[in-house]
Ligand binder design. Structure first.
Ligand SMILES: Cc1cc2nc3c(=O)[nH]c(=O)nc-3n(C[C@H](O)[C@H](O)[C@H](O)COP(=O)(O)OP(=O)(O)OC[C@H]3O[C@@H](n4cnc5c(N)ncnc54)[C@H](O)[C@@H]3O)c2cc1C
Length: 362
């Protein structure tokens, strides 16, 4: 019997597996397809990402360095409100490469990773859990002391364990052009209902255009209008779901969720790579596969670190729905150099940020 049967080899699954294997646990990972595919993510992350990757990853994965964001109340060509730092704030990275790098690091730590294994059923018992998967050779059942649902926003494990769905699921769409742009700024357009559209320069890899919107809106139509306004032709169109939470409960008797399956994302950007891996570390540190009682420690640990940030993130997102004149006044008042960390809305109240604001006015 395995200590952990992990479902999904995205950032959350691979990070948890690697840390659990390093702690001496027997870890099996079942991945539905090939690791990293299909792509449905911008891979725009804070520089903290490199705390989670093996040595040398930055050289392989980095596509562009970003110093700030230009906010627009309207579409392309409208007035912009820049927010920036003098040092690099974030990185644009090869997201498929990230997943593969993290999965390789997990395998190096001793994890047994099986691709083309799509989990279809989970059954919890008193002392163990059975996880059934469709494999290239037919259906197979794997037994573990715990199942770990790292299977993304439409999590099968979440459903099988009867855990609550995230409050909201946005639809995200993105596509690429071949423009060569190593610019220092991403552009954010507050034109999509309750969210935004974006333009991300990816250096020699081209430029990414994207948009997310709540269900009920046609994200694809809004996206087509947005890219037409920019006057660009899109290739490699892709789409995915962004869960917004946090979920009220992410642990069961012999199973738990990490990452998008647990809606551990930033409500104001939809980004979940860093929050998912941060939570994966808490899970690896707290959960003992022989003691289901330790699942409560995981619930406490990740919420202690992220709950406040997620709550503040909801407040930031509310500003996306304000009337345009108010948005313009607010953005005009706040634009300029900032001292904020992109994963931590609480850093808006940090001494770093306040010092930067004071510098501006002196
Ligand atoms: C359009 C868009 C843009 C985004 N941009 C950013 C960004 O710039 N920065 C950022 O931080 N986040 C971004 N995100 C969010 C980010 O992609 C997720 O937060 C992140 O991928 C979550 O990681 P995860 O490991 O929890 O889940 P995932 O990355 O979704 O991984 C889940 C894995 O589970 C596998 N799986 C699913 N079902 C099964 C099954 N039944 N059996 C076996 N395996 C299964 C999948 O194949 C996948 O490999 C974006 C999302 C979207 C939709």
């Amino acid at each position: 019997m395995h200590d952990f049967v992990v479902v999904g080899a995205g950032p959350a699954g691979s990070r948890f597996s690697r840390r659990a294997a390093n702690a001496g646990h027997d870890v099996l990972v079942l991945e539905r397809g090939r690791v990293g595919t299909p792509l449905a993510c911008s891979g725009h992350v804070s520089t903290d990402i490199w705390n989670f990757t093996p040595d040398g990853a930055r050289d392989e994965l980095l596509q562009n360095e970003v110093y700030g964001a230009r906010f627009h109340v309207d579409g392309p060509g409208s007035a912009d409100h820049p927010f920036y730092k003098k040092e690099v704030i974030s990185n644009v990275i090869d997201r498929v490469g990230l997943d593969r790098t993290l999965a390789r690091a997990a395998e190096d730590a001793g994890v047994d990773l099986r691709e083309n294994h799509s989990v279809s059923g989970v059954e919890e018992h008193g002392e163990y859990v059975d996880v059934t998967a469709n494999t290239p050779d037919g259906t197979e059942t794997f037994r573990g002391k715990m199942v770990v649902g790292c299977d993304g926003p439409a999590s099968r494990v979440r459903r099988e364990l009867h855990l609550p769905e995230p409050d909201e699921k946005l639809q995200g769409v993105l596509g690429f052009t071949t423009e060569d742009d190593g610019g220092d700024f991403v552009d954010v357009h507050l034109t999509a209902p309750k969210f935004f559209a974006w333009r991300i320069p990816r250096g020699a890899e081209g430029v990414e255009y994207g948009l997310a919107a709540p269900p009920g809106e046609s994200a694809r139509e809004l996206f087509d209008r947005f890219t037409a306004d920019y006057g660009v032709e899109i290739g490699n169109f892709c789409a995915g779901m962004i869960p917004i939470g946090p979920a009220p409960r992410v642990t069961a008797h012999r199973g738990f969720l990490i990452g998008d399956a647990a809606a551990q994302t930033k409500p104001f950007t939809g980004g979940g790579i860093l929050y998912g891996m941060t939570s994966a570390d808490h899970a690896a540190e707290t959960v003992d596969p022989d003691d289901p009682g330790t699942l409560a420690d995981y619930e406490r640990a990740w919420r202690r670190e992220l709950k406040n940030e997620i709550r503040l993130g909801h407040w930031v997102r509310r500003a996306y729905s304000l009337p345009k004149p108010l948005q313009t006044v607010g953005l005009s008042a706040m634009e300029g150099e900032i001292g904020v960390h992109m994963d931590k809305p609480s850093s808006f109240f940090s001494t770093d940020h306040l010092r930067t604001l004071l510098k501006r006015t002196s």
